[in-house]
Design a protein around this ligand. Sequence first.
Ligand code: AMP
Ligand code: MG
Length: 509
Amino acid sequence: MSALHFGFDHSYARDVPAGFRPGQPARAPAPQLVFLNRPLARELGLDPAAWTDTLAADVFSGNRLPEDARPIAQAYAGHQFGGFSPQLGDGRALLLGELIDRQGRRRDLAFKGSGRTPFSRGGDGKAALGPMLREVLIGEALQALGVPTTRALAVVATGEAVRRDRPLPGAVLTRVAASHLRVGSLQYFAARGEADSLARLVDHAVARHDPELATEPDRAARALGLLLAVARRQAALLAQWMNLGFIHGVMNTDNMSLSGESIDFGPCAFLEAYDPATVFSSIDQTGRYAYGNQPHIARWNLARLAEALLPLLAPPEDDAAQQRAVDRVMEVINAFPDLYAAELLRGQRAKLGLAPLAGAAADPERDRADTALGDAWLNLLQNQAVDFTLAWRRLAYAAQGQEAPLRGLFAEPAALDPWLLRWRERMAQDGGDASGRAVAMRRVNPWLIPRNHRVEEALEAASESGDLSPFEELLAALAEPFDERSDRERYAEPAPREVTARYQTFCGT
Ligand code: AMP
Ligand code: MG
């Protein structure tokens, strides 16, 4: 494959002709390669060894497009903080095409920050370097933690200043995603009453994410199947986020993917001290997207997805049929809390060092008891404002008899005693050896997460003084979140409490 022929396919453009507008990247005056994800490039079947830095900077700034790229801005709508915008769309992004990766998976390649598009409204279509490097760090961290996520292939500084509250270095990020299909993508056609395009988009989504549904002859069944599949993926995703203390920050329906990947986590942040009310995003005044509210928001977003699919489930003019369709989608929406709870418990059992239940045998009583055990643990963390990540990590040491590091996190460690007793009794029921259990626990309870103060430090150095070494060092550490290394202690330490108390994140638009 030549350096400028990527082997793109364009199934979205073929399948959903009304779902995009063609676009062209803006010219970058002095592109400089800041980040290139070589392993990801190889995973995509590309050959990064053939790219000089100059060529990569040209290509991933948009100055020199691969010859088979076909840049388009995708259309979508979205509920932003609960209010509906019938037309958002890629205002600063361009999909270049799709690649079939080495494992046969279809992946989107898209620019972010590449200039104005027909969907830009008042915006400049640009992105600042800091927020794009933030997307790199968080995406790679989530990936290493085993969470489905969009990832960054490259970041190029454009050499142009973008105007925010002050001039900032501009950048283009190249993003890889299982797809960029969002809840809002379907809402777009539903809001316009374009049932034909809506149906095409459903079939496109099914082909990409739920191919086993593609042979289902009934259109309504395909749409309903997609809804259920998205609900399952989101339940699993949300459980992973919650078990890691991840706060997405802006779970608008246009930022919730059909693929179940984490996407558009601009103002995201990880919890430090455990508190479900935690909000870091400066624009989230009411706490709509607070840590503890995320599962509820996911359900709310799924209800919006269900509404968008209704025109395909029954003829809109047939009231009785529509009512039956509403009943059917409500079954899925109402099942979501249980789907989520089961996923959360599955993850929590592993974090607590409890064996997964053998076989498919449901044991509601044990589920209730284990859920209560997990809740009681979280209550302890909340009551004493204990660091979420370190507490879980040190629980693994407590499992092998080393309680002191865990106790050291609590101002009043005696409060732990009754819970530890309960936990030990529960582990004894599972049997197994303590050191094996501790090893397994350390594989699911990370030592490192992207600590907010470390992320800010790295972005500031890159953005203010062009010093990339803190970013690169942090990125390397986040790629190995389960490994304790003495030279990485500072990444594991929580931020000083005053710093977290006034910490705010921004969408970076
Ligand atoms: P986001 O908050 O990044 O998920 O973006 C929400 C919407 O605003 C999307 O339609 C974006 O394309 C659009 N948008 C964000 N920033 C810009 C910008 N600088 N220029 C144009 N559109 C933007
Ligand atoms: Mg978005």
